[in-house]
Each structure stands twice: as C-alpha cells, then as structure tokens.
Design a protein around this ligand. Structure first.
Ligand code: GUN
Length: 297
C-alpha cells in the first residue's frame, strides 16, 4: 500500500485558522502582534520567501513592517536598524532573512536581535534555552513545524527512534533538541546523521521516523528505509526540467516515488514542510507578543 501523504499545506491552513482567531481575540484586548522582516540584497529566492512571510502576516491580522535594503548596506547600518526594531513597542518579532551578503557577519547580526523578539530562534540565548529544555523558548520555525506535523498526523515521536539527517543550525541541530525535550512532541530517541556518516542507509533503516534536511535531491532512496516508516522531507531543491514551463521543478531530499512505496507516511515537496515554516513564524510572533506584554514591554 502506498504511503499516506502528510499534507503540510492542510495542517498549516488549520494552524493559521487557529492563529487568525487568536489574533482577533488579542486585538479585542488591544494587542496587535507586529513582525518586522529584514531583507538585504536582491536574491530572488529570499525575496520570494520574505514576500510570502509578509503576506501571511497580513492575512493573520499581524502588523508587518518590511525593511528591504540594498546589497550594499553596511553592517553598522544594519545593526542600527535592528537596534531601532528592538526598541519599537509595535514590533514583537524580528526576522533577518539569511543568507546575508558576504561582507556582513551573520553571527553579529543575529546576536544584536533582542532574544525575546527573535522569532527565528537563532540567537545564542534561544539556542541555549532550547538545549536546556526551557518550555518558553522561541524555537526555530522549520523544526517546530515538523514537530507539529508529526503530532497532528498521529505520529507522536515519544519513545520512537527518530533519525535526523542533517546537522545545520537552522534545521538539523534544533530538530534533534526539540525531539529530545521532556515535553509534548519530544521524548524521542534521537540519532543525528550527516554528510560524513558511514553507511547512511544502515542508520536510516533503523528509523521509526526519518527527518531529512540536507539540501540534496535523492539523498534517501527506497532501499534506505524500513517498511512503515514516517518520512519528513525538509529539502527544497530546484532541478532542471525542460518539460516544466519554468524550466525547473522543486523536489525534496527524498526520492518520493520510490520511498512512498515502502513508507507508512510521507510529506510531499512542495506542500509539505514549507507551508509549516511560515505558520510557525506567525505562531512565534503571536507568542512573542503575548510574552512581551506579560513582561510589561
Ligand atoms: N533562510 C533560510 N531559511 C531561513 C529561516 O528559517 N529564517 C531566516 N531568517 N532565513 C532563512
């Protein structure tokens, strides 16, 4: 039997409907969550992502401010803008789209964001809060979205063996930390594999839940999974396709055709993890707003 499809698009829609209602309730109490996006340069993919985040915020009733800066923007100018956003009481979430141009030091920029407004969860304070199991942490959006997809599709990771393929700061590492937490969506036994793992298939075949985030199409093939496994494909890769009107197709890191014949459940690409990342950004913005109000800020 082919795998069940876990539709991130549908789950994200449900979450966004829940958030719309929450934002409407907060507005009655006089609190309008605010999100600032900061984009430096003209990278088309980054522009597209930031535009989607802005539109999603507006649809949810979240106040949004878009700072689109030229590629020549200096680091001092960018840090000054972040200082201004940190101090702005109408802004509760700040997102600086990565990657930044090479003349800017990403780590200095992320460090300048107020950790309580860091809706990406990339500030070292939030990385530490996640690692120490703080339940109130603002956790990175993509791994948080994966946990929501698992819970809402009936694949609770508790007591399961979860293999995460990928060790990036944006997905792989925070993914493993969320799965380890003593909390809903956690309590898993976690293995992290990566590009230097010997015999990747031997590791991935032991997974009850397999999460793949390496950015390389075809990383996981049919022979590398156990029958019945739940597969979450975080990859978003463009591959040339002369038959497609755009000249390319978007595929994940998993060979969907082959693996879906063996897996119990699988996420598609597109329509899988991608929409969840945006839904979780909105959720983090609303949570940040509520916590800042509670703290009297
Ligand atoms: N670039 C790729 N993914 C992300 C993300 O989740 N947040 C930010 N800020 N930049 C990214």
């Amino acid at each position: 039997m082919p795998a069940a499809i876990i539709s991130g698009k549908d789950i994200a829609r449900t979450i966004r409907d829940e958030l719309n209602a929450r934002v409407a309730d907060l507005a009655k109490e006089g609190l309008v969550p605010g999100l600032a996006t900061v984009l430096v340069g003209e990278d088309p993919a980054s522009r597209l992502y930031v535009g989607m985040k802005q539109r999603a915020a507006a649809e949810a009733g979240i106040h949004s401010r878009a700072e689109n800066l030229p590629a020549t923007t200096g680091q001092a100018e960018l840090l000054a803008l972040i200082g201004e956003l940190n101090a702005d009481p109408a802004i509760h979430g700040i997102l600086v789209q990565l990657p930044l141009p090479s003349h800017i030091d990403d780590s200095q920029v992320l460090l300048a964001i107020d950790p309580d407004k860091d809706v990406d969860g990339f500030h070292p304070v939030n990385v530490g809060r996640l690692a120490t199991g703080d339940p109130d942490v603002l956790a990175p959006c993509t791994p948080r979205g994966v946990i929501e997809m698992l819970l809402r599709s009936g694949a609770d990771p508790s007591s399961k063996h979860v293999v995460v393929v990928g060790r990036s700061n944006i997905v792989g590492k925070p993914m493993a930390l969320l799965l380890l937490r003593k909390a809903a969506g956690g309590n898993a036994t976690v293995t992290v594999a990566h590009s230097r793992t010997a015999d990747l298939g031997a590791v991935t075949r032991t997974a009850d839940i397999l999460i793949v985030a390496v950015g390389w199409p075809g990383t996981v093939t049919r022979d590398m999974v156990k029958p019945g496994v739940t597969v979450i494909d975080v990859g978003t890769n463009r591959v040339d396709d002369p038959d497609h009107p755009r000249g390319y197709r978007v595929v994940g890191d998993v060979d969907f055709e082959g693996v879906s014949e063996v897996a119990g459940a699988i996420t598609p690409v597109p329509g899988g993890v991608g929409p969840m990342t945006i839904a979780m950004l909105l959720a983090n913005t609303v949570e940040a707003a509520v916590r800042l109000r509670r703290a009297g800020r």
